[in-house]
Each structure stands twice: as structure tokens, then as C-alpha cells.
Write a protein that binds this ligand. Structure first.
Ligand SMILES: Cc1cc2nc3c(=O)[nH]c(=O)nc-3n(C[C@H](O)[C@H](O)[C@H](O)COP(=O)(O)OP(=O)(O)OC[C@H]3O[C@@H](n4cnc5c(N)ncnc54)[C@H](O)[C@@H]3O)c2cc1C
Length: 404
């Protein structure tokens, strides 16, 4: 098979990319390893999707359905149940594992929209036996929302990111007793609206500056030991507290899916996702990337917007458009996560920033641009549009936030 663009991944980013490629009139193929397209949205049956993009509060499947319906009215080829196996970057060929066997596609450009995966229990080095009853939040969410299976009766959640908070509410609504959410940071890891709507509304306690130090049980989990941590996240002896639960849900971070091409494209050291320009272009000019495989986004609306952008510029690349040289963007003071890594000066620059720590007031500086912000927290991405004129003649753009 030959095509102009292959988009890998049928989540919000991939759907945005493929639909904008279609609008640009290029030949496009969408690859998805799952049976259904929609990505993580399919199992997120809570509302809170689309507030920015559609000015409506939708559930994940409703949000996905809008794009899937648009896709049905196009001639785009969709290959589901198809897993990207490898990319031959020299000959611009991709190899897929499909139900019919191995397939090869020759393409002019690729958009990676492979999302992220959950950090597993094994990476946490928590002492104890290998017990059943320990699930990542996404797996538990899939059990409940798609397969109608309850993971247990009494649960503790480790990690107060959005997924952990949303799962605390979901489990409670399904009749599971949630005894608490444990967070090693001194502040919640997820959006404030989720702390209120998922914990406070259901009287679920949040244990800050705490972590799990041991799991106990015989075959199935029976007890989880939690301790307070110091400022270096080291457990403080003598502060242990025991929870008798049969279920531990882990919501301890997402890791961008980059593995298949990490050997030949640049990876950002902090986000561990693909380094890209504001056009979504990676260090290998015919490969673009968008969505959670670049940085972990808090809102799907931003994923769609960046997916659309990557699809548009990948299409212009196919049509032979030459882009001006990229200007590196550098992280300055108090910047935790920053997107993008490079600026191609053909449109205004949209930055996505996670601050390193909560700040009551901060002065954002980008080139000659300055703006004051209040109540900045790492869990909420700050999205800022910087007009092109503020970066004129710069060889490097530094982004920093000074404590005001
Ligand atoms: C539990 C949870 C709750 C959330 N709640 C909200 C919310 O309330 N509001 C909001 O706005 N946002 C929310 N988000 C964030 C938002 O949903 C995500 O940021 C967004 O959907 C990610 O889209 P994506 O396309 O980058 O990744 P994904 O949706 O993960 O899509 C990636 C796709 O790539 C496919 N894929 C991966 N590797 C391969 C391969 N090798 N071959 C073929 N296919 C592959 C995967 O199967 C998947 O379909 C939530 C996220 C989660 C996880």
C-alpha cells in the first residue's frame, strides 16, 4: 500500500490529525491497534470533555463519537486491530501486525499519536509479595466501564492525579468503599475541580505528603501500610498507618509511548515524550507527533487542537512546503513541563506549561513577552499564545516564570 500520510493511533490526537489531513486533500491512512477507535476516551464515561473545543461538557465516548462520525463521512482508510511494529525511517516504510498478517505501507509522512501508558506497580519498589488486587487506574477503569467487572470491595488509591481522583468517585458510585487517596506531594496532583467533585463531594479523605510503604496479604491483597514522607519523599519512620483493603489502585503517572522510534528521533528529557516544534514536527522532518506521546495533557481539547495542527503541517510537508529553520525553546526558572521544544516562526507560538511547584503569583517571560498569572499549580497546564513579534531575531527562546 502507498499513501501520503499514516497516522498511528486513533485517540483524540490521531483523529484530529487524520481529519485535518483529509481537509488538506492528501491521501491518509489511520492505524489503530485496538478494535475500536477513540483511544482512552472510550473508557472515560465521566463528563468534563470538550469544554474549550465544543463549549459543551461531554463524556469521553460522546467527544470521540463526534470525530468518529466525521471520519465516517470521508474516504479515509482506517486499519483497526493493526499494531505498528516498526518504521524503516530510511525508506519511509512502516510495518504493521494485522489480523491478516504483516502489512507494509510506503508513506511520505507519519504522524505519531500513540498516547501514553500507565506506570506499573513494579516501578514503585514497594516491598511485599506479588498479590492480586493491585491494579493501575486505567485497568480498573476499563474493568468497570467497559467490561462491567468490579475490581474489589474496599479500596485505597495511590496518586491524586486526575485519573486517581476520577476512579475514587467511579468506584464509590459502583459500591466499592474507597477509604482514601494517598499522595506523596504536599498538594493534590489533579485538577482542583476533580478534588472537589470526586473526593470532597463523597467525603473521601486525601492523605497528602504520604506514600505506600508495604503491601501485605496472602494471595489477595489484605493490608496496605502508608507512611508520611519528608520533602525528599523519604518515608518518616513511626508515622505508619494501616488500611485493611482488598484493592489498591495506582494512579502514579503516565509515560508517553515513544518506544518504536525513540532510537532515531529526539526525546524530551523531562516529559520523556517526542521533542517537537509548534508544527508538531519531530527531529526527523517527515515524522510529526501530537497528544500524550509528546507531553501528558490535562484536557483533551488541547490534544485535539495539537493533533489537528500536526495533521495540517504534515500535509503541507507532503505538498512540498518548506518551513523556516526551527528556533530552540529552553526551559527557564520554575518550568516543569514545556511544549513545544522548537519554534518554527510561521504562526504565533502556543505554549503549554506545567510549573514546577505551586505559585501564588508568577510573571511569565517569553522573549520580550511578559504576563502576570495568579494561582499557578503543576496539575493545571497553562496555555499561552505568544504573538510572533515577541520572538523576532531570537536564536533561542527562554521561557521562565519569576515569583512575583
Ligand atoms: C482516566 C482519564 C481521565 C481523563 N479525564 C479528562 C477529562 O475529564 N477532561 C479532559 O478534557 N481530558 C481528560 N483526560 C485527558 C484526555 O482524555 C487525554 O489527554 C487524551 O484523550 C489523550 O489522547 P491521545 O490521542 O494522545 O492518546 P490516547 O487516547 O491514549 O490514544 C492513543 C491511541 O494510540 C493507539 N496506539 C498506541 N500504540 C500503538 C501502536 N503501536 N500501533 C497502533 N496503535 C497504537 C492506542 O491504542 C490508542 O488508541 C483524561 C485522561 C484519562 C486517562
Amino acid at each position: 500500500m502507498k499513501t501520503d500520510i499514516v497516522v498511528i493511533g486513533g485517540g483524540a490526537a490521531g483523529l484530529g490529525a487524520i481529519l485535518s489531513a483529509y481537509k488538506e486533500g492528501v491521501d491518509a491512512v489511520l492505524i489503530e491497534r485496538d478494535e475500536r477507535i477513540g483511544g482512552i476516551l472510550n473508557q472515560c464515561i465521566h463528563n468534563g470533555f470538550g469544554l474549550h473545543y465544543f463549549k459543551q461538557e461531554l463524556t469521553g465516548p460522546e467527544y470521540a463519537e463526534i470525530f468518529i462520525d466525521m471520519l465516517k463521512n470521508t474516504s479515509i482508510k482506517v486499519l483497526s486491530n493493526s499494531f505498528l511494529h516498526s518504521i524503516d525511517e530510511k525508506n519511509k516504510k512502516i510495518y504493521l501486525i494485522t489480523p491478516e498478517g504483516v502489512k507494509t505501507i510506503e508513506t511520505k509522512t507519519i504522524v505519531m499519536a500513540t498516547g501514553a501508558r500507565e506506570r506499573p506497580f513494579g516501578s514503585l519498589f514497594i516491598p511485599g509479595k506479588r498479590l492480586s488486587g493491585i491494579f493501575t487506574a486505567g485497568v480498573a477503569q476499563r474493568y468497570i466501564n467497559i467490561q462491567n467487572i468490579l475490581p474489589g470491595k474496599r479500596a485505597l488509591i495511590l496518586g491524586s492525579g486526575d485519573i486517581g481522583l476520577i476512579m475514587a468517585r467511579r468506584l464509590t458510585l459502583e459500591g466499592v468503599e474507597v477509604v482514601g487517596v494517598v499522595e506523596r506531594l504536599p498538594y493534590p496532583g489533579g485538577l482542583l475541580r476533580n478534588v472537589v467533585q470526586c473526593l470532597e463531594d463523597y467525603n473521601i479523605p486525601l492523605y497528602l505528603s504520604s506514600t505506600v510503604v508495604e503491601v501485605r496479604g496472602n494471595g489477595r491483597l489484605e493490608e496496605v501500610v502508608v507512611a508520611k514522607v519528608d520533602e525528599n519523599f523519604k518515608p518518616i519512620p513511626g508515622t505508619e498507618k494501616s488500611f485493611h483493603v482488598d484493592t489498591l489502585i495506582l494512579s502514579v503517572g503516565l509515560i508517553p509511548n515513544i518506544e518504536l522510534i525513540e532510537d532515531f528521533v529526539e526525546i524530551d528529557k523531562t516529559s520523556k515524550g517526542f521533542s517537537v516544534s509548534n508544527l508538531g514536527q519531530t527531529s526527523l522532518d517527515f515524522i510529526f507527533a501530537a497528544g500524550n506521546c509528546t507531553i501528558i495533557y490535562d484536557l483533551v481539547d488541547y490534544v485535539t487542537i495539537e493533533g489537528e495542527k500536526a495533521g495540517k503541517y504534515a500535509s503541507l510537508y507532503v505538498k512540498g512546503e518548506k518551513f523556516p529553520p526551527k528556533i530552540p525553546i529552553k526551559k527557564g526558572k520554575n518550568i516543569g513541563i514545556l511544549f513545544p521544544n522548537y519554534y518554527t516562526p510561521i504562526e504565533d507560538l502556543t505554549l503549554y506549561i506545567r510549573v514546577r511547584r505551586p505559585m501564588e503569583r508568577g510573571l511569565l517571560k517569553v522573549g520580550t513577552y511578559e504576563k502576570d498569572y495568579k494561582d499557578l499549580i503543576p496539575s493545571e497546564i497553562l496555555r499561552v499564545k505568544i504573538p510572533e513579534r515577541y520572538m523576532e531575531n531570537l536564536k533561542e527562546i527562554e521561557v521562565s516564570i519569576e515569583e512575583a
